[in-house]
Design a protein around this ligand. Structure first.
Ligand code: SAM
Length: 940
């Protein structure tokens, strides 16, 4: 405190006893004042002077005795000086007014001026102590940090008395601000006040200062014993200005200078004073409690627990070790553009983006043309485009290439990067097999239109007499096929069962399931038994013009089985009845000739019934013998089927009546225009004698040889059978009036006549009459001269055959035109049996299986057309479609002679419809014809 200059304090006492006249000037600093009013000292020391207990502070009480001796000495010295200077002549003023000391002792600077306190507002009543009743929130308790164990600080149990200790400044203010508002003179907390009072006059006597703990040297603890209410205003004077202040607190203003009311310490002290001691102590306890809690923290003790780090600097930049490498990488180093940006940023009012744009527009930056570097060396270098692509190609390949213009060399060949495909031209033309790595399935989204009143049936079901009739007929039993394949063959194309359209099973297969490839229906069952649209692979779609249809939602390999055609197996009588009674108002019929002159009615059946007709189909409907039972299924054609393709097969539809001819809407280039029979392909005529002999001999031999071969397991191919036939000349009748169907049928008839072929017609007894009539009607009125010429030469060979004693007789009719040659070259001929509807006037009755049907007057030429020989190469359709739109109730099953049905009905041998090689086809043909004629032989 020695540095502090003489201070002049104006201390005002609120005592009413002290008036302005009694104010004294006294030095309150440690430096003895030059002048001191003796009155003040006397006032303080004079016990007679009434003291106002409430206003005499203990500070002054403590200060006055200390200053008393020095001040007395000073006063005495001053008096001596005064006496020495003053003339002795003049009477001393004090003699006149002994009480007026102020006139004798002029106030001097650096003296304490005790001023009266400003007037307090009138006492409004009892001091409010409502705060004492307010709830006290224990922050530690609320925050969950309140300790429940005995507190330990610095490894030692904390004494409960320490709760009364506080650190640093006075609890009243809680700040570093001194009473005079000036922090410049802030004493060090660790220093005890010299003589118990420092220059601030606020600190406590030295005796009251607690020794600081050695562990916490920076913590000065003072025990506040009895804070008393003190109304003390200490004003700083000029001396404060001369006080050297620390640089850190230069900016702070003295409260007095700012003009603000000095309320920091005094008001709070006053507030404290108004409260009771208990309240204050309680508050202090609370404060100390929190502070005590804090003092145990490292932050309070200024203990830095963080490890010492050595900073890394690189290129003048601080490298933050906490920053991850990704962050460092994410913030790329500043580029040069930044410099321009910063330069522009330094110029006010300029935006860097605008500047950059300006630079782009203004600055003539020449664009560098990018030159693409082509690969002229490497894998395909040196493979020049052939000058002549046709070079070294044979005629066939040249023709192929001409049809593929995209393979022909372009006008300007790319020499830089020649395509290697030039060297693979031949391979490209021939193509190569490949397999997709996965199957494709794209089912239609849900919500597709569904056909109404449609009930599914996944297995054939016999209805009515069909079952009894079926059992009565010992079909297939007499000619069970037996596979003679080896495991390495795998029952492929050459499998005898396959050729005969017998599916292999445990009873007839030589290689076993593991190696056998001739188990289409079993595979289908395996595929579809768990369900799922992909496994089924087909879905019903609504076509724009043909009602419902079926499309694939997956790929199918060539000849792969797609789905089975199932329904109710009914007799012809039942079919008659349904057509006349049940389906008389239907637009579509789902009837197909099946086997043993029975019919599958798929009105309740599988969705195969929705498959539409096409003149260029991608599927075939084929009947197989599976475990001794005939079953019909849709198979893919010779080419694979892609996802989304509509599935079609050739109905080979034969409308019973011209009125029922429907326009074909398949849209294929070779569309026949109507839902009619396939065009008949004719064979060159042969001499009748030779043919007759040949046929007879071949068939006889073929039947026996085939039996022998199958029995002995001989793999030798059977010889072509010959057949002895009877030719019955049938008179041709006049055709029905012209119509669309008639015209279509006429075309077929013409082609048959033109070819001057022998028409071989076979039929079961029940439909032989129909066939006969059809043939008669078709030849009744030849439309051409050639037909007329052949009219006389038509011979009908009628032959009754039976498969065995119990089986019904099967009649075969062979109509020979022009040439006596009678031979069926291939079973694959499309002699389709068609179930069609006719007008009411044409109503006929069917006699059921094995019975003749009544004669029909009106027959379409199509009937005759269907009896024309078929091309062997053409895949046969063993399907008899019974379908048509809005037909009249009267209808007739025109089960014309169909090799397909006949073979199934009369015999056990059927030929494979889908041979994938010419060899198979040949074998198939032989087997088929052998079978046909063999039946006749037996019959004979
Ligand atoms: C067995 S149903 C086929 C499913 C039929 N589309 C349906 O909606 O139920 C045969 C009938 O379909 C129609 N149809 C099938 N293929 C056709 C085609 N290519 N052109 C015109 N109509 C066809 C004919 O009405 C035919 O009588």
């Amino acid at each position: 405190m020695a540095e502090i200059g003489p201070l002049s304090f104006e201390t005002s006492f609120s005592s009413g006893a002290l008036t302005e006249s009694s104010s004294n000037t006294a030095s309150f600093s440690s430096t003895p004042p030059t002048t001191l009013s003796p009155d003040s000292m006397s006032l303080a020391s004079d016990p007679d002077v009434p003291k106002h207990g409430s206003i005499v502070t203990p500070l002054l009480d403590a200060a006055i005795p200390l200053l008393e001796d020095a001040q007395k000495a000073q006063i005495q010295q001053m008096e001596r000086d005064f006496d020495r200077k003053a003339p002795h002549t003049s009477p001393p003023a004090e003699s006149q007014e002994p009480n007026d000391q102020s006139s004798r002792h002029t106030p001097v600077a650096n003296a304490i001026v005790v001023e009266p306190l400003p007037e307090e507002p009138p006492f409004a009543g009892r001091a409010r102590r409502a705060r004492a009743s307010l709830p006290v929130y224990n922050l530690a308790k609320l925050s969950g940090t309140r300790p429940y164990t005995k507190r330990v600080a610095n490894g030692e149990p904390v004494d409960s008395k320490r709760r009364r200790t506080i650190a640093s400044d006075t609890p009243a203010t809680g700040s570093n601000e001194t009473a005079n508002g000036d922090t410049n003179v802030r004493p060090k907390a660790s220093e005890p006040a010299q003589g118990g009072i420092d220059a601030m006059g606020l600190d406590l006597p030295a005796a009251a200062v607690a020794p600081s703990s050695p562990a916490t040297p920076n913590r000065a603890r003072r025990i506040i014993k009895k804070p008393k209410s003190v109304k003390l205003i200490i004003k700083s004077t000029k001396s404060t200005k001369s006080t050297p202040a620390p640089a850190a607190s230069i900016t702070r203003r003295a409260t007095r200078l700012s003009g603000e009311p000095v309320a920091s310490l005094t008001s709070k002290m006053t507030a404290l004073g108004k409260r009771g001691r208990k309240t204050i102590e309680r508050g202090l306890d609370r404060m100390t409690h929190e502070l005590r809690r804090l003092q145990d923290t490292n932050e309070f003790a200024h203990i830095d627990t963080r490890p010492v780090r050595y900073t890394v600097w690189s290129n003048g930049k601080y490298i933050d070790p906490d920053a991850s490498e990704e962050e460092a990488a994410a913030t790329p180093p500043r580029k040069k553009a930044r410099t321009s940006e910063s330069a522009t940023a330094a110029q006010p009012g300029k935006e860097p983006e605008i500047d950059a744009e300006k630079k782009e527009t203004t600055g003539p930056v020449p664009k560098k043309r990018r030159v693409k570097k082509w690969l002229d060396k490497g894998l395909y270098s040196g493979q020049d485009t052939p000058v002549d692509v046709f070079q070294n190609l044979n005629a066939q390949d040249k023709k192929k290439l001409a049809s593929l213009p995209e393979l022909i060399r372009p006008v300007k060949p790319n020499k830089t990067l020649p395509s290697p495909m030039y060297n693979g031209l031949r391979m490209l033309m021939n193509g190569r097999d490949f397999k997709l790595p996965f199957d494709i399935c794209s089912p239609l989204p849900p919500g597709q239109p569904k056909p109404a009143h449609y009930r599914t049936m996944t297995k054939n079901r016999f209805v009515g007499d069909a079952s009894a009739y079926w059992k009565k007929t010992p079909h297939f039993g007499d000619f069970a096929s037996k596979c003679v394949c080896k495991p390495e063959d795998g029952c492929a194309e050459d499998c005898q069962n396959r050729i005969m359209l017998y599916e292999c099973d445990e009873t007839n297969c030589n290689v076993g399931k593991a190696h056998c490839q001739n188990r289409a229906f079993q595979n289908l069952q395996e595929r579809t038994k768990t369900g799922g649209r992909y496994r089924v692979g087909v879905e019903v779609v609504k076509t724009s013009d043909r009602g419902y249809g079926v499309r694939s939602n997956r790929c199918f390999e060539p000849n792969q089985i797609i789905m089975e055609y199932t329904g109710e197996i009914i007799t012809e009588e039942e079919c008659d009845r349904r057509m006349n009674e049940v389906y008389k108002d239907n637009e579509c019929y789902y009837l197909m000739s099946f086997d043993q002159n029975m019919i599958i009615d798929a009105t309740t059946g599988s969705i195969a019934r929705f498959v539409n007709h096409s003149c260029s189909p991608n599927c075939r409907m084929i009947k197989w013998i599976v475990s001794g039972q005939p079953r019909m299924a849709l198979f893919a054609g010779d080419r694979p089927i892609m996802t989304g393709e509509e599935l079609t097969y050739d109905y080979n539809f034969d409308p019973f009546s011209a009125k029922n001819v429907q326009k074909c809407l398949c849209g294929s280039p070779n569309c026949r225009g109507v839902l009619g029979p396939k065009p008949k392909e004719v064979k060159p005529p042969k001499p009748p004698k030779e043919t007759k002999k040949s046929v007879k001999g071949t068939i006889k031999a073929g039947k026996r040889k085939l039996k022998e071969m199958l029995a002995s397991g001989d793999e030798k191919e059977p010889e072509k059978p010959t057949k002895k036939v009877k030719l019955v000349i049938k008179k041709a009748k006049k055709p029905s009036p012209s119509s669309a169907g008639l015209k279509a049928a006429k075309g077929a008839a013409k082609s048959a006549v033109k070819g001057a072929t022998v028409i071989i017609k076979r039929s079961v007894a029940s439909v032989s009459t129909n066939t006969k009539l059809a043939l008669s009607s078709s030849t009744k009125k030849p439309t051409t001269k050639k037909a007329a010429a052949t009219k006389k030469s038509i011979t009908t060979i009628k032959k009754s055959i039976t498969t065995d004693k119990e089986a019904p007789r099967v009649k075969r009719k062979y109509v020979k035109k022009n040439t006596p040659r009678v031979k069926v070259s291939s079973r694959s001929s499309s002699l389709t049996t068609i179930v069609a509807a006719g007008p009411a006037s044409e109503k006929k009755k069917t006699a059921g299986p094995g019975k003749k049907t009544p004669k029909t007057k009106k027959m379409t030429p199509a009937s005759s057309a269907k009896s024309t020989p078929k091309k062997s190469a053409t895949p046969p359709s063993s399907v008899k479609v019974a379908s048509g739109r809005k037909r009249t109730p009267s209808w007739k099953v025109l089960n014309s002679a169909s090799p397909d049905s006949e073979m199934a009905a009369g015999d056990a041998v059927s030929a494979k419809n889908t041979p994938s090689s010419a060899k198979s086809r040949k074998t198939l043909d032989m087997a088929r014809s052998d079978k046909i004629w063999a039946v006749d032989d037996d019959d004979e």
